[in-house]
Design a protein around this ligand. Structure first.
Ligand code: DGL
Length: 256
């Protein structure tokens, strides 16, 4: 609780609209919490920037969110988690900082003798965090850096012909193969589920959103900072991309 008697908010950010898929899940699981979400649309994509650039952008956003009294931070972006989470946790030792990771672990439970397609940004796939995950759960996994894919979600183009063409080229080598799971290792891709599912109608598409929000709830409970049931929750949306980007985020927050 802050000095005005209000429940302190939870800060959440992404390079753009993708993290809204995490916020949507967070609002479902934690309806009494207040969230402040920042989408850094002006600087998107993060997935083709250097680790240093993403760290510096992430650090500035965390400072801004802490200035608004946030009690915890959710990095609703796999790329920024990979580039910045460890450093930010060292810099803010008392602050719960929850990140994302491509869901290779749950996907590994579905792996038998086929393949698992792991879709993420070039930055995520090149990072140490991913290499570590891959060493543990990478059996049967084909890692696919998807330069240019997040932009479809960012533009609000969730089912266009151009998206279909992009995916067709991407998945061409795997049509007719036994694909046991598709990992959506970028929060933007969650909004492209319908278009991706068309190529693999029977295959589970797995993201890390629910697990991340469960982890957030655990960390708040440990700290004793969960909002009480009487508190009124809500979400405030901010963007470096102006009004139009905020409108796109609002619309995506309402989608199922
Ligand atoms: N939504 C982000 C992720 O989860 C990154 C997209 C990007 O900025 O490249 O990785």
């Amino acid at each position: 609780m802050n000095e005005n008697g209000n429940i302190s908010p939870i800060g959440m950010f992404d390079s753009g609209v993708g993290g809204i898929s995490v916020l949507r899940e967070a609002v479902r699981q934690l309806p009494h919490e207040r969230f402040i979400f920042f989408g850094d649309t002006k600087n998107a994509p993060y997935g083709t920037k250097t680790k240093e650039e993403v760290l510096s952008l992430s650090r500035r956003i965390v400072e801004m969110l802490l200035g608004k009294g946030c009690k915890a931070i959710v990095i609703a972006c796999n790329t920024a988690t990979s580039a910045a989470a460890a450093t930010l946790r060292a810099e803010y030792a008392d602050l719960p900082i929850i990140g994302m990771e491509p869901a290779l672990k749950p996907a590994s439970l579905l792996h038998q003798d086929g393949i698992v397609l792991s879709l993420a940004t070039p930055g995520t796939i090149a990072g140490e965090k991913y290499a570590h995950l891959y060493a543990l759960y990478g059996e049967g996994v084909v890692s696919m850096p998807c330069k240019g894919l997040m932009e479809f979600a960012e533009r609000g183009e969730l089912d266009s012909e151009a998206l279909h063409d992009y995916l067709k080229d991407l998945f061409l080598p795997y049509q007719g193969k036994k694909v046991e799971a598709v990992v959506l290792g970028c929060t933007h891709y969650v909004f492209l589920k319908k278009a991706i599912q068309r190529f693999f109608p029977e295959t589970p598409l797995i993201d890390g959103n629910a697990g991340t929000v469960r982890q957030l709830a655990r960390r708040l409970a440990e700290k004793g900072t969960l909002a009480p049931d009487a508190a009124e929750g809500g979400a405030e949306l901010l963007s470096s991309g102006g009004e139009a980007a905020v409108r796109r985020m609002k619309n995506l927050l309402k989608t199922e």
